[in-house]
Design a binder for this molecule. Structure first.
Ligand code: FMN
Length: 240
């Protein structure tokens, strides 16, 4: 077990949503199957304890890295000023992309509405500065633009930790959303936050305790629809 501050485990197990699916849980399959994008029913007024975030990062950095490089870096924003700067840049990226890909937004995302009838992904953009914590997952270095294997190794050495972090936040009763929009504004984000030029930004996780968020398994294609055995396109033969 990584070293954690005294009392952190009790913070982790005391989720605020004890009556619903957003509660803290250590059940592995429940965590994996209910780690959803949580963009609403979030408690903007309840700070997220730094110790809880560090406990989740301690879990996340158990992920593998190529050549054991551990080049990941986590930039946690809790103060208003950096959060507001990042939220402005996220909205700039959002306006550009949302306009370009408006017709590709799937109905299940468009239909997830806030009480004010705005889609929740719009609400996330509008309220990003109000999130108690924004975690930007970075990696020192740059992927080789001409070498696919090196790109896989580069991102494969940071995104597993990022996903473990999202799972650990979920297990702790926190809501988050995997977002990549901010990368469209990478240079301006780097300037705003003092990130060196040789650091690659990956995902941004807006994090808050949930207020009654119900987290359920999503409708997905099953293993048998997406898995081939021994040769491409060959399904597993099930006897009987
Ligand atoms: C590569 C990637 C990029 C994403 N970027 C954003 C984003 O910028 N903003 C956002 O609100 N959601 C973003 N999402 C969240 C997806 O919309 C969401 O995961 C998807 O709709 C499935 O919903 P679920 O996470 O609740 O299962 C992203 C997800 C992935 C995997």
């Amino acid at each position: 077990m990584p070293t954690v501050s005294p009392g952190v485990d009790s913070l982790m197990s005391a989720g605020p949503d004890t009556q619903d699916g957003g509660t803290a849980t250590n059940d592995f399959f429940e965590v994996v199957e209910t780690t959803r994008s949580v963009r609403h029913r979030l408690d903007f007024d309840r700070p997220v304890e730094p110790e809880v975030i560090e406990r989740c990062i301690d879990a996340a950095v158990q992920a593998p890295t190529g050549m054991n490089q551990e080049a990941w870096r986590f930039l946690v924003l809790t103060e208003s000023e950096p959060k507001e700067r990042v939220a402005r840049l996220y909205r700039a990226g959002f306006d550009g992309l949302a306009t370009r890909f408006r017709h590709q937004i799937p109905p299940e995302m468009r239909d997830q509405k806030l009480p004010n009838d705005r889609p929740t992904y719009v609400g996330l953009a509008e309220n990003l500065h109000r999130m108690p914590a924004l975690i930007l997952v970075c990696s020192e270095g740059r992927p080789d633009p001409d070498n696919a294997a090196m790109q896989v190794a580069f991102y494969g050495s940071v995104l597993p930790a990022a996903w473990s972090l999202m799972l650990a936040l979920r297990a702790s009763g926190l809501g988050a959303t995997w977002t990549t929009l901010l990368v469209t504004e990478e240079e301006r984000v780097a300037q705003a936050l003092g990130i060196p030029a040789n650091v690659t930004q990956t995902i941004l996780l807006p994090v808050a305790y949930t207020k009654g968020a119900v987290l359920k398994p999503a409708k997905r294609k099953g293993a048998r629809e997406v898995t081939y055995w021994n040769r491409w396109s060959e399904a597993r033969v099930v006897s009987g």
